[in-house]
Design a protein around this ligand. Structure first.
Ligand code: SF4
Length: 458
């Protein structure tokens, strides 16, 4: 109802954010931590923060998300949370028996100034971490970043704490898949396997947050990258960082710490970005692209060509995460659609806006960074009148108010399923996106068609 009163005209506002176009850092950190096998994420803050992180992930994946909390009360808020975390670590290992605890901070523990490196060292010195078990941490103050930054920070922590160089290089490659769905991580692994490449993919939430129902409770599902594999990432020949915002920090640290060089690629969403990934993997490993992948690619080209007239000059507005937005803008402009608006609440780095303008042209409106919100997105949608929206579940209110079809993408998606199981990356993912776009446009065309042009065959 409130959105009905969103005015088209914008006024300058700097002290107010209305529905931020992002969610909180620890949510992304927790999601990344779930991508380590036998890991229990731990939120160092109040119970309310942890409850929110878990419920956001549970509602998105329709799966129970296991995580623990330092359970701050007034005492910890004033004197610091060291005692709470030390007790938590001892309790978690003795009660839940994970291989590893991945601690993320919260706004509160960051404002207090808890020194997590010192607390983890103290836990080690006091024997609270059993032999062979590990505790890692990432600083994730929400007032300074988003779920994507949190994911990037926790992935970087995996390198900082776990990756090691033994001095002997292995014939394997690291793939940091970025903040994508478990289905997308599985698809990236499948592509590497089709090429016959040995890859360490981390984090990897496939078969963790989309695990099958088998009648038993699994505190630690089957999936996730093993600690040993992340350790060996320090001996890999090369790292492929997919998505600059979510994956670059970990790739850079791996280079600095273990001398593993890296290549940054866009998330492989759409034809060109998937081509770029496969080409980079092929060149690095000295292998040929198998016929199976060529067939998949050919189908994307075929469908694009067959249905080009429906994409042509349709105006699109996008709200989401920077790495998705770059690849989507490329894919949609390749389809001859016009990307008119790109919005993200994640601080995207200095190259983001230039990249979007190179792809979509100077006319595109780009709004990015902390404080960028859905209210602003709505105002621009009113002004630019796109034919199609891409965004998470929160964009549905705008879609309904403006009567524009919405394709759900990114985080969170609370009101649909499929993102857990079906990828949007790779050629298979491109096919899925093409189908989604066509269905959205054609359903709208059918709904609005006068009787004499309500066609049976498209
Ligand atoms: S207080 Fe900070 S960390 Fe906790 S839920 Fe809110 S934004 Fe997230």
């Amino acid at each position: 109802m409130l959105l009905r009163h969103t005015p088209e005209e914008q006024i300058e506002r700097s002290a107010l954010t209305v529905n931020p176009a992002k969610t909180c850092q620890p949510v992304g950190a927790m999601y990344a931590a779930l991508g380590i096998h036998n890991c229990l994420p731990h939120s160092h803050g109040s119970q309310g923060c942890c409850a929110y992180h878990r419920s956001a992930l549970t509602r998105h994946y329709k799966d129970p998300i296991m995580a623990t909390t330092s359970s701050f009360t007034e005492g910890a808020s004033v004197f610091g949370g060291q005692a709470n975390l030390l007790e938590s670590i001892a309790n978690i290992f003795s009660i839940y028996g994970p291989d590893l605890i991945a601690v993320n901070t919260t706004c509160l523990s960051e404002v207090i100034g808890d020194d997590l490196t010192q607390i983890v060292n103290k836990a080690q010195a006091e024997g609270k971490i059993p032999a062979g078990k590990r505790v890692i941490h990432a600083n994730t103050p929400s007032f300074k970043g988003s779920h994507v930054t949190g994911f990037a920070n926790m992935t970087q922590a995996m390198v900082q704490y776990l990756a090691e160089s033994s001095g002997t290089k292995l014939r394997q490659f690291n793939i940091i898949p970025g903040y994508v769905e478990p289905s997308d991580m599985a698809e990236v692994k499948r592509i590497a396997a089709e090429l016959g490449i040995a890859a360490v993919t981390f984090p990897d939430t496939s078969e963790v947050v989309n695990s099958p129902l088998d009648g038993k409770f699994h505190m630690y599902p089957k999936g996730g990258t093993k600690v040993e594999a992340i350790k060996s990432a320090g001996d890999s020949a090369l790292t492929f960082a997919l998505g600059r915002t979510a994956s670059l920090p970990a790739a850079k640290l791996l280079d600095t710490k273990c001398k593993v060089p890296f290549e940054v690629l866009d998330l492989p969403i759409g034809l060109q970005a998937t081509d770029a990934l496969i080409d980079a993997l092929r060149k690095a490993a000295g292998v040929s692209v198998p016929e199976s992948l060529m067939v998949e690619r050919g189908r994307v080209v075929d469908l694009t060509t067959d249905m080009h007239q429906y994409f042509f000059r349709k105006k699109v507005a996008l709200v989401g995460d920077p790495d998705h937005l770059v690849s989507l803008t490329q894919f949609l402009t390749d389809l001859d659609m016009e990307v008119v608006l790109v919005v993200t609440g994640t601080p995207p780095g200095p190259k983001f806006e230039r990249r979007i303008r190179e792809l979509a042209g100077d006319g595109v409106v780009v709004k990015a960074g902390l404080g960028t919100d859905m209210f602003q997105f709505h105002q621009y949608v009113k002004q630019l009148k796109p034919d199609l929206l891409f965004g998470n579940t929160y964009a549905k209110y705008i879609a309904r108010d403006e009567d524009i079809p919405l394709i759900r993408i990114g985080f969170p998606i609370y009101d649909r399923v499929g993102h857990q199981y079906f990828p949007i990356v790779g050629y298979q993912g491109a096919m899925r996106l093409l189908e989604k776009i066509l269905n959205a446009l054609m359903d709208r065309q059918d709904r609005d068609a006068p009787e004499e042009s309500f066609e049976l065959v498209m």
